[in-house]
Design a protein around this ligand. Structure first.
Ligand code: SAH
Length: 249
């Protein structure tokens, strides 16, 4: 199995593929101000196994297109979504978020948790805007500095991993310069990283390593995860995901 295949297999075992929580998904949903009872057109981009997709589907009558690049994630989502029938408000699309096939002005809401960094925040803001109807809503989480001053070690790590990392204020300005009006934003809580992401993933590791016969590549994937976990434990005061809810203007 390739390194990417192993990474997918590791994350497939978790309920979420990035930090987040039901409470925060619901909070962002309420902040959109959109009517849960309307059959709005919604995309959940970089949905993974659909932690947020399933919440939105359960709480609303929205027609949700769940988009991810990797079929294994979509397959797990499909299985979980079948328990929601007969509502069947979720459809799946295996697509690259850089080249989405939505028609211009066809979406009332674009949702994306912990995923826009794959194409870059500014790039995503630019490319996705055309898919939104006038006054359409964007609800996205993005890695942010939560402090103006950071220790050199964590600054160097994130600048290498994702140079676009910036403060919430800087991200809000970017939203405005790309044709969105910020409605609200909030920072994900530490437990959304620890209890919902790092810790459950950590618990799957022994079986993951066993199933992959403790291969060097499997150990490498685990090491990268553990380093992220360690850094978060040490430097959690300095970064988190910001959840931004904005309107197309
Ligand atoms: N929203 C989910 C998953 C976040 S992890 C959650 O919060 O749990 C980021 C997701 O983006 C992964 O599922 C990954 O497969 C997906 N992804 C990465 N690059 C992508 C691309 N170019 N196009 C579409 N999805 C992509």
């Amino acid at each position: 199995m390739t390194e990417l295949g192993l990474l997918i297999d590791l994350h497939l075992r978790n309920h979420r593929q990035g930090p987040g929580s039901t409470t925060e998904t619901l909070k962002a949903m309420a902040l959109t101000g959109l009517n849960p009872a309307s059959s709005l057109k919604v995309a959940d981009i970089g949905c993974g196994t659909g932690a947020s997709t399933l919440i939105l589907a359960r709480e609303t009558n929205w027609q949700i297109r769940a988009v991810d690049l990797f079929p294994a994630f979509l397959k797990k989502l499909e299985k979980q979504a079948s328990s929601l029938a007969p509502k069947q408000t979720i459809s799946l699309a295996q697509e690259d978020m850089n080249q989405l096939s939505f028609k211009a002005q066809s979406l009332d809401l674009i949702w994306s948790e912990g995923a826009i960094y794959s194409m870059g925040f500014a790039n995503g803001l630019k490319k996705w805007r055309e898919f939104l109807v006038d006054d359409g809503i964007l609800a996205i989480s993005e890695i942010c500095w939560t402090s103006a001053n950071r220790p050199a070690e964590i600054e160097a790590y994130w600048n290498a991993e994702y140079p676009e990392i910036a403060t919430l204020e800087e991200k809000a300005k970017q939203l405005e310069s790309h044709g969105y009006e910020l409605i609200n934003s909030f920072i994900l809580e530490a437990n959304s990283w620890l209890n919902n992401y790092f810790e459950p993933l950590e618990q799957t590791i022994p079986l993951f390593l066993k199933e992959h016969k403790h291969s060097e590549l499997a150990k490498k994937v685990v090491e990268a995860h553990r380093m992220e976990y360690e850094l978060y434990r040490k430097f959690q005061a300095y970064y988190s995901y910001g959840f931004f809810i904005a309107r197309k203007i």
